[in-house]
Design a protein around this ligand. Sequence first.
Ligand SMILES: Nc1ncnc2c1ncn2[C@@H]1O[C@H](COP(=O)(O)OP(=O)(O)OP(=O)(O)O)[C@@H](O)[C@H]1O
Ligand SMILES: [Mg+2]
Length: 377
Amino acid sequence: MATVRLEKLAKIFPGGKGPDVRAVNSIDLTIQDREFMVLVGPSGCGKSTTLRMIAGLEEISDGTVSIDDKVVNNVLPKNRDIAMVFQNYALYPHMTVFDNMAFGLKLRKFPKNEIQDRVNEAANILGIRELLNRKPKALSGGQRQRVAVGRAIVRHPKVFLLDEPLSNLDAKMRVSMRTEISKLHARLAATMIYVTHDQVEAMTMGDRITVMKDGDIMQVAKPLDLYNHPENIFVASFIGSPPMNLFKGKLVREGNSVLFVEDNNEEETRLRFHLDDNLARKGAEYIDKPIIFGIRPEDINDTLTVASPDPRHTIKARVEISEPMGSETYLYLDSGANSFIARVRSTDRFEINSRINLTLSMERGHLFDPESDKVLK
Ligand SMILES: Nc1ncnc2c1ncn2[C@@H]1O[C@H](COP(=O)(O)OP(=O)(O)OP(=O)(O)O)[C@@H](O)[C@H]1O
Ligand SMILES: [Mg+2]
């Protein structure tokens, strides 16, 4: 059992001659027992610092870290029952795989047979039994990565902390190690906290995801909830590739309906479309005020391919670039004021610079307040 709770956790690095760095800003987060929690966010947002405070490798400036309801702020790292895997997992080059994995247990004066058992068990789980007598230089990147994870597994920790463990691997190896780590999590039934700046890793691996920015938590949610219901513009544009399209404009009322009208000086190409009832209700307070309309590329379709396109949700735009990805095509479009992307069928062909009709799946649209960046509910 291991629940990890962060309460008002903060880290301020003294700035020397410059201003202090607030790396982590009073965050609250509970990671449940056996949960796979991913911390994701751009470089410098405080992911590693958070993880290092949980591990006890970084002094806590304010707030608490608790493991199973016991505050561990003053507990030494080696007594926290935590194992950490780093991005730059330095294996000892002169030691065999076996000795690399056994090293921590030897330091802790484990009996020899216990060490044998634990290393063999971890090697079986990771599929590296036949490598135990090799030295690190005779291993591939993925195999070395497994040894680094093995060093953590033999400890039988309550909590695994992983800081970008796959970032040194090539793209193909990353994908296969990603699945390995997910399987490992299921098999060990341990609490894992995994740091990455790769949103695909976050989406595919996490039970839940914590999105961070500038030392703050922007949202904590299950992967698809994060994708479908982003709380703010940052999460909306960080999760998803290509990212959500965001249009600046205002809402106007016309009779019984509410329209979005793009900020665009060119009357002729200005995007204008009706919201559906649900979005109109959410935007009721914003009539004639600035607003941001968001829609994902897959929710914009070539009108010719839509079964019964609704003219109220159909717009015209110019095709700038068509990027065939194989399974689908990314269409880069231009309204005159905004560039945006649609994901369309790979079989469709588009002429560059032609103006085409596109239909928006309005039930998948979002409205954001441009001041607060928050989604309207
Ligand atoms: N020892 C330190 N002294 C001063 N500032 C630091 C120190 N360590 C980290 N920082 C700063 O704290 C902030 C958070 O750093 P952190 O390493 O936690 O980011 P990160 O989210 O892990 O980024 P990355 O994805 O690049 O690894 C950054 O602005 C960083 O420059
Ligand atoms: Mg980091």
